[in-house]
Design a protein around this ligand. Structure first.
Ligand code: HPA
Length: 284
């Protein structure tokens, strides 16, 4: 069996399993990144599936990431929470990283909201800013859509002229204002493979390329979501801001602590976004 046939079979097995187990299919999946997994505690769960019980799901090797798929209601709104994600630096291909999103897209989930922690590159950003993705640079050197295309899943050459849903960006900005959050900005997210952090020269180069923030996650999932015609909203917590002329060591514990400090604001923002999207407009 070819590698691609194997991938298709693995996805199909997973979809059949989830179809049988999920009590309902929410319109929205929220994927939570480093230090941001606690939103799940506000969910009234209908079903919690540890990743290792879901056929063919990858399992996270990073201790700051829990691995659960939770189906339930967040302030009355049906959601799936992916608590924990996979990264290329763990050794996964980007296809494997995006596996959960491919499976959920085939179940009919229409929107992906994802969060991560990122390093700021834009000197106007401050630690604790929340950046709404406006665009991205995929510097992974990999793409989950490489290989034979499954036409039923999406087009061979998906259009990326409008990568992030303008309406979701607008809702996120209005929600930030409504929540009184003044450090919410939009920007371009650059995804590097990691796990090594940026050198001063790389930081300077990324800035010159137009990146506002840099991280090691989320783009594989976003590429698959857009291929499957899902709407995407990306939110980065800016945990540190890197200046190529005054680089400071970046310490994981400090990134997690910075993400934790912004968590209450991020949670309020997400709840306001989904309230505006799904309660004020029930047509979705
Ligand atoms: N670089 C890459 N990834 C990151 C950073 C950073 O500075 N901060 C948090 N995640």
């Amino acid at each position: 069996m070819t590698k691609n046939n194997n991938h298709i079979r693995q996805i199909e097995e997973c979809v059949v399993f989830l179809h049988e187990r999920l009590p309902f299919i929410p319109p929205l999946v929220i994927q939570l990144g480093t230090g941001l997994g606690d939103l799940a505690e506000q969910v009234q769960p209908a079903l919690i599936l540890p990743y290792n019980e879901i056929p063919n799901f990858p399992c996270s090797t990073v201790s700051s990431h829990q691995g659960n798929l939770i189906v339930g209601h967040l302030h009355g709104i049906p959601v799936i929470i992916l608590q924990g994600r996979f990264h290329c630096y763990e050794g996964y291909s980007s296809k494997e990283v995006a596996f959960p999103i491919r499976a959920l897209s085939l179940l009919g989930v229409k929107t992906l909201l994802l969060t991560n922690a990122a390093g700021g590159l834009n000197p106007a950003f401050a630690p604790g800013s929340i950046m709404i993705f406006r665009d991205h640079l995929n510097l992974l050197g990999d793409n989950p859509l490489r290989g034979p295309n499954v036409e039923a899943w999406g087009p061979r050459f998906p259009d990326f002229s409008v990568p992030y849903d303008p309406e979701l960006i607008k809702i996120a900005q209005e929600s930030a204002t409504a929540c009184g959050l003044d450090k919410v900005v939009t920007g371009v997210y650059a995804c590097i493979p990691g796990p090594s952090l940026e050198t001063p020269a790389e930081t300077r180069w990324l800035r010159g390329c137009g990146a506002d923030a840099v991280g090691m996650s989320s783009i594989p999932e976003i590429l698959v979501a857009r291929h499957a015609d899902m709407n995407v909203l990306g939110l980065s917590v800016i945990s540190n801001v890197n200046d190529p002329d005054k680089m400071q060591p970046i310490i994981l514990e400090e990134i997690i602590a910075a993400a934790e400090a912004v968590k209450p604001q991020l949670e309020r923002l997400i709840i306001e976004i989904i309230r505006r999207r799904y309660v004020e407009d029930r047509t979705r």
